[in-house]
Design a protein around this ligand. Sequence first.
Ligand SMILES: C[S@@+](CC[C@H](N)C(=O)[O-])C[C@H]1O[C@@H](n2cnc3c(N)ncnc32)[C@H](O)[C@@H]1O
Length: 419
Amino acid sequence: MRRRKRPDGAEARSRAGRSRRRGRALRFDQRLLRRGLELAATDRVLELGYDDLETPLLLVSGTVADGVPVPRQVVSLRPTVDLVEELQRHEPTHRGAAAVFAVCLADTIPATDSGSYDVVLLLVPHYLGNERVRTDIATAHRALRPDGVLFFQTHRRQGGETFVRYVTERFGHVELLAIRGGHRLYRASRGPEAPASASDEDEPETVLLQETVRGCTVSLETQAGVFSRRRFDLASRLLAETMEIGPADEVADLGCGAGLLGIVAARLAPQGEVVLLDNRVQTVTLAKRNLRRNGVANATVQLSDGLQAVGRRTFDVIVSNPPLHEGGVYRTTPAERFVAAAAAHLRPRGQLFVVGPRTLPLPRLAAPHFDECEAVAVDRVNVVWRCRRPRSPIHATPDRHSRASGNLADRREKPTEPR
Ligand SMILES: C[S@@+](CC[C@H](N)C(=O)[O-])C[C@H]1O[C@@H](n2cnc3c(N)ncnc32)[C@H](O)[C@@H]1O
C-alpha cells in the first residue's frame, strides 16, 4: 500500500503554526495525529474513537493535517445511541470532497467486513477497562487487510504501556510515531497473513453473577465494558432493596445496565410492566439475555438516550442508578439529565428512586423538577433518594433529556436496536 511520507519536524511545526493562525485550537492528541497519521486517498478507514466526536470529522473533512488526503471511506463505530446521533448530526457540514462517511451503532464489525480495511484508528478507551481495550485490538486486527495498518493513541498514565503490550502480542511489532505530553501515537502493521474471521476473542469475556435480592435469586450475565461486571453494585443493591413498587405499576429502569433493577422491579410488579432503557448497544443485548435467563415476561428492553425511546409514555415509578462519568471524567450532568427526563415522564403521583454516592448533590439537581426529594436509605457510601410531585409532566414539557439539541435531519435513519 502506498503511504504518505511522514513530515519532518520543521514541516510539522510549520503546520501547527498554520493551524494556530487559522484559530483552530487542536487538542494534544489531535496534534499527535497531525504529526503521525498516514493515509492514502484510496484507503478505507475504520475509526474507533468512542466519546471523541471530532476525530472522525477531521478525517472526513481532510483537515487532520496538510497533505493528509481525505480517505475513500471512513466507518466510525460508536457504542451508544446518543454518540451515533450526535456524530450524524454534525456529519453533513464536515463532509469532505471524496470520503463516504458511515456511522454505525456497534461495538465490533460484522463478519463480512473482516479483512476489508486499509487503516484502523483506535483512540484507546482506557476508562472502559483492559478487557474492552483487548477486545478492540482483536477487532482491529480482524478488520485489517493483509498489510493494513493500525494507528492507536494512548496516554502514558492511562495504561499506555499495557495497551502497547496487548498490541504487540497481537500484531508482533509496534512503532512509536509521536509523543505530546503524556499522549502517544503508535503504529502496528497487520502482516501479510490472511485476516482471521470473527472469533471468540472479539467477544468480551462473559461473567455470570448470582445473588438473592428481596428474597429472589437474580442471575446476571455481564461483560467487560459493562457497569459493575464482577459483582452486584452495592449502590444498585441498596436501591433494589429500597424501591417501592406496587404489583400493577408501570416502571422504567433508566440506564439499566445488565438489568438488575429492571428484573427486581418486574418481580415486584407481576401485573404491571417494566421498560429497561440504556444507550449502549452491548448493554441492551445483555439485558435482553438477562430477562430471558431470569424468566421475566413482563419487561422489555429498549435502546434509548435517556427516556427518548418511550416517546410520551409515562410511568408510576422510575428507578435509576445514573451514570456519573462521561468519557471517563466525573460529571453530575448525566444524573441531572436523568432527573429532568424522569420528571417529564412520571404520572402526577409517580415517584423517582435514584441512588448515588453521598457526595452527589441530588436534592439540588432535583429541585427544579420535583417538589419533594428526600433520602429514604443510606449505607456507608450511598444514598437512595425518593423524588415526588414532578413539576414538568410530559404533557406540559417535551423530553429535555437529550444532550443533543435540535432534531436529526429527517432523511436519517434512526440507529437500529440490536436483537
Ligand atoms: C451506573 S450504571 C447503572 C447500571 C444498572 N442500572 C445497575 O444498577 O447495575 C449507568 C447506566 O446508564 C447507562 N447510560 C449512560 N448514559 C445513558 C443515556 N444517555 N441514556 C441511557 N442510558 C445511559 C450506562 O450505559 C450504564 O449502563
